[in-house]
Design a protein. Structure first.
Length: 157
């Protein structure tokens, strides 16, 4: 289980929730997913994204898989992963940052999230604390991650 921030391309006049509901309505857990087929524009967005994150945040590693492109950032703030599928993306952070230790990784996650929005034309939504990435408060997100991490470490280890 991870702390997740989701990204979708939201059309004018629609909300993130409406777009997510539409995506979820076509999901079939029994179906074998098809391989990712990126357009030239989607591939260019990924290239811009990885370049900017590398330059503005720090070193990354990236891999290409059958269903997504993946970027990992393992730096002084902590570790996070970004999966990109052309028409959507998600950031995942493990629940290993209790209390105030969550602030540096969430600040970095939101910095990367805003780059994803700018380069890919997506809207980011942090469902863990019910806020938009664009207008959301990093301190609120860090409190969410830090609280669950603290609970998990006390109860599950």
């Amino acid at each position: 289980m991870t702390y997740d921030i989701h990204f979708l391309r939201v059309e004018a006049g629609r909300t993130f929730d409406e777009t997510m509901a539409e995506v979820n309505s076509t999901y079939d857990p029994e179906a074998e997913p098809g391989p990712m087929r990126l357009t030239g524009d989607q591939r260019a967005a990924w290239d811009r994204l990885t370049r900017r994150i590398s330059e503005e945040v720090g070193p990354i590693t990236s891999e290409e898989y059958l269903y997504s492109l993946t970027l990992c950032r393992d730096g002084p703030a902590g570790r996070l992963r970004l999966d990109y599928a052309g028409d959507s993306a998600a950031i995942e952070i493990s629940y290993r940052y209790p209390g105030r230790a969550a602030l540096p990784i969430m600040a970095e996650a939101y910095r990367i999230a805003r780059i994803v929005e700018e380069e890919c034309g997506f809207e980011g939504y942090d469902a863990e604390v019910d806020q938009s990435v664009r207008t959301g408060d990093v301190d609120v997100a860090a409190a969410g991650l830090g609280g669950i991490s603290r609970w998990a470490q006390r109860r599950l280890t």
